[in-house]
Design a protein around this ligand. Structure first.
Ligand code: GLC
Length: 478
């Protein structure tokens, strides 16, 4: 199949969150199965063109904007550095900025990107069988193909799949962007859209041939008001087109046997070597160096979704239990400031680094005893899968992908620690269970071995996407 994978961020070029990892792993896995997958994203200024061999692909071409025949001329670039042909749309005004997201005109930037993607494929005359868009940034594609593009012989045969990575980000904007994107016919407002507004996540859900999210559990959860962020009525209408496919993990990129960022590499037979990584981590964060103290690590964005409030609230009682905790990540300034106070409040026990550092993250996966991920909600989550592969036992809530990947040690085949209510008490009770197991090295080793033996590689997920694409094509051309 010819598949165009449209996304706002992709490893190795640019990464804000887990979306970028998926945009790396899935296309590669599909390509390994023989599909002609190509990825397309904006060329942000932060992307280092020479590092990835970016080059111009074709002469600059016009992209229509508005309804009066106006155009903007953009450039398309390509990189083939990572096995999957990756296209970039470059427009200085929209993408020549320091960050990927976070600007007031984000909806306009991504509508423009989508419009450019549509012009681009026609320009290079590459007609995909499947257009696979991700998150609200690509919502415009689905509306456009269902309206303005509907009678065009080039676009009409293209079947579409829309993947939701997070219901919390919807891209709501004034409906003037419809005209900006070149949609001149009347567009019915969706019930979930406020009058005069467009919701781009909702548009992806409403118009794609097939919709999926990144774990089976999350696909169920988002049908409820607790997790649907207001779009549950729309999702319920489309439930026959809604699927859940668990993200994979790149087992080559994440391998404790060959990871150069580790002080000591190890596998399931040489787990005792993890102690060297633990020591190095304790040292790097100025903690007391001691094998017997349980070392807990949080690695991720410091945002409400990740359950960081719980860690902040429970801090006193958590540290009173004698554990060490390392926090590595960046996010909301309030959280950053609150965590930054920890090392002074809990000397020798708390280590905090604001900002992301991939090598340190790897050292922590390979050295920490426990991986903290007490998320409020979690569409899939990648950290818990990496942690299990590296023998750090996850402490999680049973939501979304965490529920689909971590089994509590109360079961014989348990791989981690699971607690349900989003409360300090429940969290601390789970921590007590962690400490009980930790005092029993034989039991702990057994759980580590089981966690490390899990298989979350991309191959199985890629096969599920292949089926979904076939289904979408069948729905599109009945
Ligand atoms: C979003 C979700 C995360 C998921 C990732 C990739 O970042 O918050 O749970 O793993 O997308 O799908």
């Amino acid at each position: 199949m010819r598949i165009l994978y449209v996304v706002a961020e992709a490893v190795p070029f640019i990464k804000v969150g887990g979306l970028a990892d998926v945009a790396y792993g899935l296309p590669r896995a599909l390509r390994a199965m023989g599909h002609d997958v190509r990825v397309i994203l904006p060329r942000y200024r932060a992307i280092n063109g020479s590092a990835y061999g970016l080059r111009s692909l074709c002469p600059p071409f016009p992209v229509p904007v508005g309804l009066t025949g106006e155009t903007r001329v953009v450039e398309a670039q390509i990189s083939e550095a990572h096995g999957v042909p990756t296209y970039f749309i470059w427009d200085e005004y929209y993408f020549g900025r320091d960050r990927v997201y976070g600007y007031p005109d984000d909806p306009q930037r991504f509508v423009f990107f989508c419009r450019a993607v549509l012009s681009f494929i026609r320009h290079i005359d590459w007609q995909p069988d499947i257009l696979h868009g991700n998150d609200w940034h690509t919502g415009f594609l689905f509306l456009w193909l269902a309206t303005a593009g509907r009678w065009d012989r080039f676009y009409r045969p293209i079947a579409t799949v829309f993947t939701i990575h997070n219901m919390a980000y919807q891209g709501i904007t004034g409906d003037a962007l419809l005209a900006f994107g070149g949609i001149h016919e009347h567009v019915e407002r969706l019930e979930v859209e406020p009058p005069g507004h467009v919701n781009w996540l909702a548009r992806g859900i409403a118009h794609a041939d097939a919709v999926n999210t990144v774990s089976p559990r999350y696909a169920q959860e988002i049908l409820t008001s607790e997790f649907g962020f207001g779009l549950e009525p729309l999702l319920q209408c489309r439930v026959d087109r809604l699927f859940g496919i668990l993200n994979g993990l790149d087992y080559e990129a994440w391998d404790p046997q060959s990871d150069p960022a580790l002080v000591a590499r190890f596998d399931v037979e040489t787990l005792e070597r993890r102690a060297e990584n633990k020591r190095a981590a304790q040292q790097a964060f100025g903690l007391s160096i001691c094998e017997e103290i349980p070392l807990l690590a949080f690695i991720g964005r410091l945002i409400e979704q990740k359950g960081v409030d719980l860690l902040l609230e429970a801090a006193e009682l958590m540290f009173a239990r004698g554990v060490q905790v390392i926090i590595l990540g960046e996010g909301m300034p309030d959280y950053e400031m609150a965590f930054a106070e920890w090392p002074a409040r809990f000397p020798g026990q708390a280590g905090v680094q604001i900002g992301f550092d991939e090598n340190l993250a790897r050292l922590l996966y390979g050295g920490a005893d426990v991986f903290l991920m007490p998320s409020k909600f979690e569409p899939c989550g990648l950290g818990q899968m990496i942690a299990m592969r590296y023998g750090a036992l996850p402490l999680v809530r049973p939501v979304g992908g965490l529920a689909d990947t971590v089994r509590d040690v109360a079961r014989e085949d348990g791989t981690g620690f699971v607690f349900t209510p989003f409360t300090q008490e429940a969290f601390l009770a789970a921590l007590n269970r962690v400490l009980d197991f930790f005092r029993n090295p034989t039991a702990w080793r057994a759980i580590q071995r089981r966690a490390m033996a899990q298989d979350f590689s991309w191959a199985a997920s890629a096969r599920a996407y292949e089926d979904l694409y076939r289904q979408a094509i069948a729905w599109h051309n009945p």
